[in-house]
Design a protein around this ligand. Structure first.
Ligand code: OGA
Ligand code: NI
Length: 357
């Protein structure tokens, strides 16, 4: 039994849970009851032909095609909150090296991975997020979660030293992701008609966290969930697929849509902070991960946040022009405190709205 953290109200901790990879190699016919989620929607999307928008960053940068591609991005942010980007400027080699290291890490024996296991009271490390009761239903995934930038936020005791190149590769990868975040934030905020440079700067000085997910094959994929439906609390999130096995789904007009892996692309989804900055013009989409019965899937997810010394609130320019602020302005500390102390029965983003009464 794990020790409960001293602040029993806070959700910033997790109980230890069994490794799903270890369950998967037992070749069970049925999943254990703790994973059965017959309460959730079907995993097959109702509209399989819908595709999330694809944005070409070369076209955004090129004056000849800029205007048209920016329109496309604006539409993607308004209607979807998620899109894939190509020509993002990160070398294929850096992406494949990162994928390789993550694969090698999850391939290690359980005892070895446990050297970097989460400790009570912290979400960083190898384990599972947000498991706060022995009765709670579990997700069909294993993960390792690390704070990567700025440097002083790193807790190296959770950073695997096996495989050997893991730390070095993750360091490079986190810088690559910061560069991608800064460039895409420039265009996202341009699409909103804001001072793009200011937002680039705040993401340059932002904080970055990386969650590496492993979704093993499952004997009853229809009855479990890889990752519960949620929206991210980040500014934006950058997701790298490790192969061509689909699993990520996004909610669009009340239907779950598959995000099909595109070779070399990075999936971008907006988080609640961007929703707040845009004063609700852009929405952080609900998304989830589903699993299948034959193939393991892995994803590498970077949560990108603005500079923690800046307040989180609707962009001034958007509220000056006539529309009143929909969301409260909070300090960074208040924002995270609200999240980790949220009531699970109310939507987090709704709790940040200015009440009209
Ligand atoms: C996440 C997430 C989806 C995936 O880690 O926040 O949404 O497909 N992951 O791994
Ligand atoms: Ni997510």
């Amino acid at each position: 039994m794990a020790l409960a953290p001293s602040d029993s109200e806070s959700l910033e901790w997790s109980l230890p849970v069994p490794s799903v990879q270890e369950l998967a190699i037992q070749k069970l016919d049925k999943v254990p009851l703790r994973y059965v989620r017959d309460d959730l929607d079907q995993i097959t999307p109702s509209n399989p032909s819908l595709r999330v928008p694809l944005i070409d960053m070369n076209k955004l940068a090129n004056p000849e095609s800029h205007e048209k591609e920016l329109q496309k991005l604006h539409f993607a942010c308004q209607e979807w909150g998620v899109f894939q980007i190509i020509n993002h400027g990160v070398f294929d080699e850096s992406l494949s090296k990162m994928r390789q290291q993550v694969q090698e890490f999850f391939d290690l024996p359980l005892q070895e991975k446990k050297r970097w296991a989460q400790k009570p009271g912290s979400l960083e490390g190898y384990g599972q997020a947000f498991v706060t009761s022995e009765e709670q239903k579990l997700e069909w995934n294993d993960m390792i979660f690390l704070k990567t930038l700025p440097l002083q936020d790193r807790s190296l005791n959770f950073w695997p030293e096996n495989p050997q190149e893991f730390r070095k590769t993750l360091e490079t990868y986190s810088e690559d992701m910061r560069n991608v975040a800064v460039s895409i934030v420039r265009f996202i905020t341009m699409g909103l008609g804001l001072e793009a440079q200011k937002f680039c700067d705040t993401f340059k000085e932002g904080t970055y966290e990386i969650r590496m997910n492993c979704y093993p094959p499952c004997p009853e994929p229809e009855r479990v969930i890889g990752l519960n439906p949620h929206a991210d609390i980040s500014g934006i999130t950058l997701l790298l697929e490790c192969g061509d096995t689909p699993g990520l789904q996004v909610l669009k007009d009340e239907h779950w849509v598959n995000v099909e892996p595109v070779n070399g692309a990075i999936v971008v989804n907006l988080g609640h902070i961007m929703e707040i900055i845009s004063n609700g013009k852009y929405k952080a989409p609900d998304h989830r991960a589903v699993v299948n019965n034959s193939k393991q899937r892995m994803s590498i997810v970077t949560f990108c946040y603005p500079n923690p010394s800046a307040d989180i609130g609707p962009a001034e320019k958007l509220i000056k022009s006539g529309s009143p602020p929909v969301y409260k302005t909070l300090t960074n500390a208040e924002y995270f405190h609200s999240f980790f102390n949220r009531k699970l029965e109310v939507s987090f983003i709704d709790s940040l709205k200015i009440s009209l009464s």
